[in-house]
Design a protein around this ligand. Structure first.
Ligand SMILES: [Zn+2]
Ligand SMILES: [Zn+2]
Ligand SMILES: [Zn+2]
Ligand SMILES: [Zn+2]
Length: 246
């Protein structure tokens, strides 16, 4: 009887211990973005929710939690930079391109929108040809006045000069292309080239020499007309002056 009572005490204290243990032991579920750790047995909470781990919004996607996928707010939308002559409309943030560049307002001359000189390389090329031509003209100026060699020397220099004129103007004429603003200049250069004698002159008589030099004068005047046509164009587009005779 005494033993039985003792056993009962042992069993009941064991059960009481189990119950006590059960009261203090929890089974925690992991915390999430929005919920703290929670005991699945008793519902008790521990700690804090983790909070969302936001990936920043961009042009096309709203901010989004890396952990749970929750979406927050709205996409930012593109931040457009207006199109220019040479660049299409583009997003300052993501670089996305929309449409095409506007293109310059002209195919030759100053663009009304951006002010760029379109065809600068053409104008600079012509200016260089004319500068080279004037330099050649100056260097091959007929100044040999030795009576023995005067005619021969003069004619040789002239032939060499004509050759250079032909090369420079042929190049400049190509540069003019179909640009209407340069069409008069082009026709005047063609005119000068047409005046270049294409036969080897055999001049022995002074009268022939004088006739030949007279034809050079006509040629020279036509060449001067080219330069007169060129100067206002050169100034309008701010190109450096050609060398001048001195
Ligand atoms: Zn619990
Ligand atoms: Zn989250
Ligand atoms: Zn964008
Ligand atoms: Zn432009």
């Amino acid at each position: 009887m005494k033993n039985r009572k003792r056993l009962l005490i042992i069993i009941s204290s064991f059960v009481a211990m189990l119950c006590a243990l059960f009261l203090f032991v929890h089974k925690w579920s992991p915390a999430t973005c929005t919920e703290a750790q929670k005991c699945v047995i008793c519902g008790k909470e521990k700690g804090e929710p983790l909070g969302h781990d936001w990936e920043d919004a961009n042009c096309t996607d709203a901010k989004c939690c890396r952990r749970c996928g929750e979406i927050g707010g709205e996409p930012l939308g593109h931040d457009w930079k207006a199109a220019t002559c040479t660049q299409a409309e583009a997003c300052k943030r993501c670089g996305m391109i929309n449409g095409e560049s506007l293109g310059h307002t002209t195919s030759f001359g100053f663009c009304e929108r951006c002010g760029e000189l379109i065809g600068r390389e053409i104008l600079e090329g012509i200016n260089q040809d004319i500068t080279d031509l004037i330099t050649t003209m100056r260097n091959s100026a007929i100044n040999a006045f030795d009576p023995q060699t005067f005619m021969t020397s003069s004619l040789q220099k002239l032939a060499s000069f004509y050759h250079d004129v032909d090369v420079y103007y042929a190049h400049a004429i190509t540069l003019c292309g179909d640009i209407s603003e340069l069409s008069v200049l082009k026709s005047k250069m063609i005119n000068v080239r047409n005046m270049i004698p294409n036969d080897e002159k055999e001049v022995t008589e002074i009268v022939d020499f004088i006739a030949y030099m007279n034809s050079f004068t006509v040629f020279f005047n036509a060449s001067t007309e080219v330069q007169a046509e060129w100067q206002p164009i050169r100034e309008k587009y701010g190109l450096p002056p050609n060398v001048v005779f001195n």
